[in-house]
Design a protein around this ligand. Structure first.
Ligand SMILES: [Zn+2]
Length: 244
């Protein structure tokens, strides 16, 4: 596990060279918020990192319900029974293996590795605009229907889950990057992901923190380039579908 730190954000990266899977500890005055629960064996590293910072984890917040973001959830909840668990109402369904769509949603199959054995039930269903400590919750569907991102106004750091990827080249969720194609392969609806990416760029973050890849400082030009690339790819596929 590799730990990187900027302002109040600690990035814990598992398998950083091979297949980086990140989760985050966000520091508050007397406590820590954990964002995402990484891989099934990540509980030890997460708890050790919290111990080193010297504050208790009181909240476990999930960006979305894919296996590589909820892996250690049950083990962590067992070790931290008082910690409250947060996820969007929409992805709470996915957390328990239900991949059915809601009536108003675009008809595209939910992709990626959806949990099958998670026992923990969330304590709170997140909504757009909720405050979790210092973090502002933003509804950013696309990668999954209920994906959430979190903005820390203290440092203008954006924790975007898989709404963007950085490993293999920065990309909006759904844009295929040959050196790290997995987030794109696991993306539900590209058009929604593009709309969400635009909203996130409008926050003008000074650091971008994602599920896969290192922390990125001054990310705005790269985010805008990724947005342009995603837009072009979607337009091309629409033209192609119209022709064939
Ligand atoms: Zn994912």
């Amino acid at each position: 596990m590799r730990v990187s730190n900027i302002h109040q954000i600690f990035q814990l990266s598992f398998m950083p060279r091979l297949f980086p899977v990140n989760c985050y500890l966000v520091e508050e005055a007397t406590e820590l918020t954990l964002i995402d629960a990484a891989l099934p064996y990540s509980d030890k590293g997460i708890l050790q990192a919290a111990e080193r910072i010297g504050k208790p984890i009181t909240r476990i917040v999930l960006t979305h319900a894919h296996d590589d973001h909820v892996g250690a959830l049950d083990k962590l909840k067992a070790r931290l029974p008082k910690a409250k668990v947060y996820i969007s109402a929409r992805d709470a369904k996915l957390l328990h293996g239900d991949t059915s769509l809601e009536a108003e949603e675009p008809t595209a199959p939910i992709r990626g590795s959806v949990p099958k054995k998670v026992k923990t039930s969330p304590d709170f269903h997140l909504q757009e605009g909720d405050l979790i400590g210092s973090l502002l919750a933003l509804s950013t569907p696309g990668h999954t229907p209920g994906s959430m991102s979190f903005f820390d106004p203290r440092s203008k750091t954006l924790i975007a889950g898989d709404a963007f990827q950085i490993r293999g080249g920065i990309a909006v969720s759904g844009t295929m990057k040959p050196w790290f194609p997995f987030p794109a392969m696991a993306t539900w609806h590209k058009q929604s992901a593009l709309s969400s990416a635009k909203r996130l760029a409008a926050l003008q973050p000074t650091t971008l923190a994602v599920g896969h890849g290192g922390l990125l400082a001054n990310p705005l030009p790269a985010m805008q380039q990724a947005i342009a690339e995603a837009k072009t790819a979607i337009e091309r596929s629409v033209q192609y579908a119209a022709r064939s």
